[in-house]
Design a protein around this ligand. Sequence first.
Ligand code: NDP
Ligand code: 8X3
Length: 260
Amino acid sequence: MGKPNRKIAMVTGATSGIGQATAKVFAKNGYNLILTGRRNERLEAIKQKFSTKYGVQVVTLCFDIRQHNDVKYAWNMLEPEWQNVDVLVNNAGLAKGFDPIHEGDTDDWETMIDTNIKGLLYITRLVSPNMVKRKTGHIINLCSTAGHEVYPNGNVYSATKFAVDALTKSMRLDLYKHGIRVSQVSPGHVEETEFALVRFDWDETKASIYDDFVPLRAKDVADTIYYIASQPKHVNIQHILMMGTQQAGSNFIDRSGRKE
Ligand code: NDP
Ligand code: 8X3
């Protein structure tokens, strides 16, 4: 891949859902892309589609974000010009399981902590030094309503998103003096994603959680992320908390039917 001649957006977890929709909106707006995920076939298909349709350059990095050495290796394989990321969207993440604390699966807990907290940190640690060097850059973290309030059986997932909220705030304190913006988006339920399927181990019945109300769509969140990224340089939108109209909080959903 040659030298990029326009701005670069790096989106983690771009093989599905919010990450894929975010990659698309940045591509539509002329950004070159670095896209990450574990499913290489999907990454390659998205690369092919976006580079053809939008005329942008796309680099794919296939790794498990929990494996620090693999993340470092992939990053170090990038040509130096590609390491000058303008916008980093820390999106890769997941919920696994929906059990009360005394019945929780500790492997699920490890997966969520390693992905949502440690993975986000590994990426940020690699990408942010060049932002500091260049005195420019924008980091946008995917939090959740679950990062601000808890709900029954949400325990460890919520804890990881409370951690993301703390990291967004503390990253901003560390980086604002270097001209770097740090922002966060906290959506409620979002369909057109694999989130519920992953949480419930691909059990489609259990994952049918959007049948009786209209949640946000992946594109709604992607457009919000792009809105944050496209403000003038002196403006930092620190946080957007967003839900579908039929949701008023983690524990308040109007499930009386989909009001399209
Ligand atoms: P999806 O399951 O559709 O997408 C998750 C993405 O994260 C995939 O691209 C997946 O890629 C990637 N990912 C997961 N685990 C790993 C890993 N170990 N290594 C590398 N990549 C990984 O879910 P969403 O789009 O909904 O989720 C995106 C973010 O939004 C998450 O942080 C989630 O917590 C947050 N969120 C989601 C909400 C929702 O209701 N959907 C609401 C609020 C926040 P691959 O499998 O190819 O590795
Ligand atoms: C995803 C939204 O309510 O399932 O972060 O935790 S919720």
